[in-house]
Ligand binder design. Sequence first.
Ligand code: PXG
Length: 290
Amino acid sequence: MGEKVFLNGKFVDAKDAAVSVFDHGVLYGDGVFEGIRSYNRKVFRLTEHLDRLYESAQSIRLKIPMGKEDFLDKITQTLKINELDDGYVRVVVTRGAGDLGLDPRKCKTPAIFIIAGKISLYPEAFYEKGLAIVVSKIKRNHPESLNPKIKSLNYLNNILAKIDAIDSGAEEAIMLSVDGYVAECTGDNILMVKNGRLITPERSVGALEGITQGVVIKLAEENGIEVEHKKILLDEVFSADECFLTGTAAEIIPVVKIDGKNVGNGIPGEVTQKLRRKFRELTGTEGTAY
Ligand code: PXG
């Protein structure tokens, strides 16, 4: 049995799952998406992902032609049909087919598709030894031009920084805001630990409000670790005791080097490892069952 994709109300074979070349998702990156994981036949933080999807859509004035509950069912059905116990789900809503002009009013029906597959993780060695990352010369989008809070289909800002990282032989890159504060990485949020406190960029700096990051902050608080949101300069990351990234795909991954310089003593830190253990306890047990 081939892979099935949910597309505009129906489950179709992956090979037949195609959208129009006139879709403004394709022509302009006009649309929104989510990346979601399931573990042990349970979708992790599904409601939060759906809430963010609908908020992203609202921010670009795209009305999703399907209710949240129905959407939730379609996501779990897609995982079920594809017989995935541990999966990765890509949920996409585009502006739909229009004409060769920007005007979104010409797009009558948004396209909705859900793809479920297996996730390709960072190799386990990165979790044990930590990642070496770089600082990108590409600045994160200014919140007043394209707010990074919106998980839109227009990811070129991140892709340019990713290319920068790859050119330097790294897997990830720190992106700074236009005014020089640490914002996030190309597909992950960034957090650091200094004197036992967990520190993460203030919301106003402009980053995606990561669902994994939210879970980690809650875990920290529940475990007596103080959490601070502040404007972080690069120097503070270099002098931090620990640094790690969070994301749906990466979960929690330690960072041990930035631009060739050690963070802390150059090995994954204790707080990071503790939060990783706590996080993995959650993913194995909590979630929307299917
Ligand atoms: N920042 C950015 C720019 C992201 O794209 C995160 C932070 C972490 O957010 P979550 O909510 O996932 O904790 C992301 C998420 C992929 C992929 O296929 C990327 C993400 C998530 C899932 C898959 O590259 N990015």
